[in-house]
Write a protein that binds this ligand. Structure first.
Ligand SMILES: [Zn+2]
Length: 277
């Protein structure tokens, strides 16, 4: 359980001195007053244990909480056996390297619906998840597998889907209210809707689960089909101050990763508003 709410930058801050990298990014984040970081392994997962040890030691020394974003190239609903196997491998790689570097949770885009019935997609994702979770004790005993709420209707990942599957396997999801806002064409942008969202979270996973969340937030552009791209808070329709008020009022604790393209700028904007409340 995390005693408070931390705001994470999504990757090394833009202002990290060259040549950059995760360790330098952590040092820069610390200087900026940021206490959490999501490591973005969205293209591939590095597999060097010494590098993981270095990240772990740096994060511990600086007291920075870590989460990971797994590769985008994952489809746990793929009908192609090789692609399905490669997807499970990528998720497992991200989870095991997260264990080595001391990250607490790994966010995963689980699957594409491929025009199938939601029940069928759910069954396929569940089967793949069971295979992945078989390795928990040996490869990632301290790391949570967090399926993300996704921004397009073509993707697996409504709030109920990720809550349900998380509950089945003893995990918690990565709730991204910006994705929900895009997926629902502009809904999920008010105090009442965020409260409903947390009520449902609590209903599935219990009240205590809201004391160690892994969430994402940002501005977002969207079309009828859902998410187009993430936006800076101030250039979007996100009622981000109201969202932060809900987090404060409900005493949500854990990590909120700010996925704005402005990285540290918007992370600090959220953090400073939250702390001043
Ligand atoms: Zn994501």
């Amino acid at each position: 359980m995390i005693p408070k709410l931390l705001f994470a930058v999504a990757g090394s801050p833009h202002s990290t001195p060259a040549p950059g990298g995760t360790v330098a990014g952590l040092q820069r984040a610390k200087k900026l007053g940021i206490a959490a970081m999501e490591i973005e392994w969205v293209q591939n997962v590095p597999k060097n244990p010494e590098r993981m040890a270095e990240i772990r030691e740096t994060a511990e020394e600086l007291n920075i909480m870590l989460t990971v974003h797994a590769p985008y190239f994952v489809n746990l609903n793929s009908p192609d056996r090789a692609k399905l196997a490669a997807s499970k491998r990528r998720v497992l790689d991200a989870l095991s390297m997260a264990e080595l570097c001391g990250a607490r949770s790994v966010c995963v885009h689980a699957a594409f619906n491929l025009g199938q019935e939601p029940e069928k997609v759910y069954r396929n994702v569940r089967a793949a998840t069971a295979d992945i979770m078989q390795h928990k004790r040996s490869l990632f005993p301290h790391v949570n597998l967090a399926y993300e709420t996704m921004g397009k209707q073509s993707q697996f990942g409504t709030l109920e889907e990720v809550l349900k599957i998380s509950k089945e396997f003893g995990n918690y999801p990565c709730v991204d209210p910006a994705h929900m806002h895009a997926r629902e064409n502009g809904k999920i942008n008010s105090t009442k809707e965020w409260n409903d969202m947390f009520d449902l979270y609590e209903k599935y996973l219990g009240k205590k689960a809201l004391k160690s969340v892994h969430m994402h937030y940002s501005g977002i552009a969207y079309t009828a089909k859902g998410e187009r791209n993430h936006l800076p808070l101030m250039k979007s329709d996100a009622k981000w101050k109201d969202f932060l008020k809900v987090l404060k009022k409900r005493k949500i604790a854990g990590v909120v990763v700010c996925e704005s393209p402005l990285l540290e700028k918007d992370t600090l904007l959220m953090q400073q508003f939250f702390e001043k409340m």
